[in-house]
Write a protein that binds this ligand. Structure first.
Ligand SMILES: Nc1ncnc2c1ncn2[C@@H]1O[C@H](COP(=O)(O)OP(=O)(O)OP(=O)(O)O)[C@@H](O)[C@H]1O
Ligand SMILES: [Mg+2]
Length: 639
């Protein structure tokens, strides 16, 4: 807990600095990851209404019903005045104005009528209010879904390294909290303040009608809203922003901990994970309490002002009655309306602090939506048509470094892969084999040089249409929590059961799937936890087989299999690879002897290329590797 206290003290001093000097270096450093542009409230409002496009009609409707309901709410206090002045005391009903249209009523009848009227109006008000609120609630849910979908779709298209930076748990947190906060703003920023404003204006009008001097006294309070806003509320949003960000971090870490549960247990780190979680939460709690104080300060001003205003009015109004200038009913009504006037003012002031949290969430969402998507399609980018694709891949002077890293991972790669050829990539761990395949899969674009498909720069091809050509079996197999059949059929929409089983047969997965309790309908758990490493690999191969790709990437696709299964799969794989451009990475040389070209990578550069026989004859690095494996007894083929 001590660390979180210290962290919080640091945080407070950053806040102070931030407030004094917005460009301070510490602030800039803390916000480096996040493109945090502080938007003005006006800008935010414009963005908000922009986001509501398509939902405006029901919102306007619910605001209209709210207006009617609020106006109806203004009627009962007037009835109180009539009751006090004409039914409970001995005054005769006035004979001027609209009173003259009423038949002469005795006091009892008048009282009953008034009570009935109040009841009827209140019921009507409640019904209309409920109706409008139902619409508003429905709209809020719709907007929430729409916003989440928008954020989700956007994240699906963000560059990979950004997704990794934001972490899966952090993104889930943003989806849940920040995207939803836009919808909640409908209540906090539109619905509740709107009702407050109507009530405010309505009661002001009535008050002015009764006695304008009293009104002037009330109007003095109005600048208070402005002052509280300037002094405090503007400071609250950045606090909420930080809180949301902290929550995103906490969620991200928690998700990561659960994902790595086996490592956590294997190394007995439950305690320290738990401590980290608690410290972070403790820090967030401190942030929230701090924000609470700012919000509370606003509310407190109002809580002090209200009794002062009421007391002053009582004094002034009472003196008017004593001098016979005001009736008792007038004053009672006045006090009622005063409450109706001050109530909304307090609502406006406090809801202003509430919606700062929502605005902070919206701001974060806007930041995320403003981030550019991966490989944005230029207008002249072409969409590939499968039958026209040959599958020739050419690397022209390609160099590459990962985003946010300085060291080049690939340097000056030149490679010409003819349609249907198989390229084997070999080299030490960390040589850049997976990275090269990442470029082929267009997970990243090269930093220098270009990749070409059939003579066309990949960057001029619409990325989705290009990826449809691919089948990838990655080094770290990823499976979704679903059934075996769903996982194999992931790449192909509505794949038939026969097609799935055929693909599984090619990958030699059919046998083991058959032995699972529910066969193809067995649920395999998150990331396929219920399968062995080799089984997972075979499912991944089946998935790639079913996709029927033009370009196939096999990154250590069979590394987890025993030699026997590997040999079996190898046979079907070589059948599969026929007619497709293939990139194969394998440490076991037996799997790559038959490749059309073998590329030896070292430190991100191509050391040598050639066929197995050519490279052996050359007696270079490849020759060394083969010798090592033969001596270790790994190579079943005679070379
Ligand atoms: N996302 C990343 N961001 C930054 N650097 C990375 C990233 N992925 C890999 N690297 C770096 O790129 C280099 C090449 O990695 P790569 O995964 O291509 O190696 P590899 O040849 O596939 O190795 P292995 O045989 O162990 O799979 C490594 O030094 C690694 O540190
Ligand atoms: Mg690799």
């Amino acid at each position: 807990m001590r660390t979180s206290r210290r962290r919080f003290r640091d945080y407070q001093s950053t806040l102070r600095e931030r407030h004094g000097d917005p460009t301070s270096s510490r602030h800039a450093a803390a916000k480096q990851l996040e493109s945090s542009r502080q938007r003005s409230i006006r800008r935010l409002l414009i963005e908000f209404f922009g986001l509501l496009r398509g939902h405006r009609a029901p919102i306007v409707f619910s605001l209209a019903t709210l207006t009617v309901a609020t106006l109806l709410k203004l009627a009962p206090p007037a009835a109180t005045k009539v009751a006090i002045d004409y039914a409970l005391t001995d005054q005769p009903l006035p004979t001027t104005g609209w009173w003259s249209y009423l038949p002469g009523l005795d006091r009892w009848t008048l009282l009953v009528w008034l009570a009935g009227g109040v009841l009827a109006v209140s019921l009507l008000e409640t019904m209309i209010h409920l109706w409008g609120r139902w619409y508003a609630t429905k709209t809020v849910q719709r907007v929430r879904v729409a916003m989440r979908r928008r954020v989700f779709d956007h994240v699906l298209h963000l560059p990979l390294h950004r997704v990794y930076q934001l972490k899966s748990g952090g993104l889930a947190s943003m989806l849940r909290e920040d995207a939803a906060s836009v919808a909640d703003l409908i209540f906090n920023m539109l619905y509740n303040p709107w009702s407050a404003v109507i009530q405010l204006l309505g009661s002001l009008i009535v008050l002015a009608y009764v006695d304008w001097r009293l009104l002037v006294g009330c109007l003095v309070l109005l600048p208070m809203i402005f002052i509280t806003h300037r002094a405090w509320i503007g400071r609250i949003r950045p606090l909420y922003r930080d809180i949301h960000r902290q929550r995103q971090d906490i969620d991200g870490q928690a998700t990561e901990t659960f994902g790595g549960m086996r490592v956590v247990r294997a190394f007995g780190r439950q305690r320290s994970e738990s401590n980290r979680f608690v410290t972070n939460n403790d820090f967030m709690a401190r942030q929230e309490l701090y924000a609470w104080w700012w919000a509370r300060a606003v509310a407190m001003v109002w809580e002090v002002l209200m009794p002062i205003a009421s007391a002053a009015l009582l004094l002034y109004g009472g003196s008017l009655i004593l001098r016979g200038e005001l009736t008792l009913g007038d004053l009672t009504m006045f006090l009622f309306y005063l409450a109706m006037l001050l109530g909304p003012l307090a609502v406006l002031a406090t809801s202003a602090t509430q919606f700062q949290s929502g605005l902070a969430g919206m701001e974060r969402m806007l930041d995320l939506l403003a981030e550019s998507r991966e490989m944005p399609a230029s207008p002249e980018a072409v969409t590939l048509r499968l039958p026209e694709v040959q599958g020739r891949i050419v690397f022209r002077n390609v160099s590459f470094r990962y985003p946010a890293s300085q060291t080049p991972v690939l340097r000056n790669i030149n490679l010409d892969v003819k349609p249907g050829q198989t390229i084997a990539l070999v080299g030490r761990s960390g040589a850049g084999k997976t990275t090269l395949c990442n470029l082929v899969a267009r997970f990243y674009d090269p930093t220098e040089g270009a990749l070409e498909l059939d003579g066309r720069d990949l960057r001029t091809i619409q990325v989705d249409s290009y990826r449809r050509l691919l089948g990838v079996v990655e080094q770290d197999v990823f499976l979704f929590d679903g059934t075996v059949a769903e996982n194999i059929g992931y790449a192909v929409r509505n794949a038939s059961r026969e097609a799935i089983e055929d693909a599984a047969r090619v990958a030699h997965a059919h046998e083991f799937i058959h032995q699972l309790e529910q066969g193809y309908d067995t649920v395999i758990g998150e990331r396929g936890v219920r399968l062995s490493g080799g089984q997972r690999q075979r499912l991944a191969i089946a998935r790639a087989v079913l996709a029927d790709p033009r370009i196939l990437i096999l990154d250590e696709a069979t590394s987890n299999l025993d030699s026997e299964s590997e040999r079996l799969i190898q046979n079907s794989l070589s059948r599969l690879m026929r007619g497709r451009t293939c990139f194969v990475i394998a440490h076991r040389l037996s799997t790559i002897v038959h490749a059309d070209q073998i590329v030896v990578l070292e430190d991100g550069q191509i050391l040598e290329t050639g066929t197995h026989v050519e490279l052996l004859r050359r007696g270079g690095r490849y020759h060394e590797m083969v010798e090592l494996q033969v001596n270790a007894g790994h190579l079943p083929v005679k070379v």
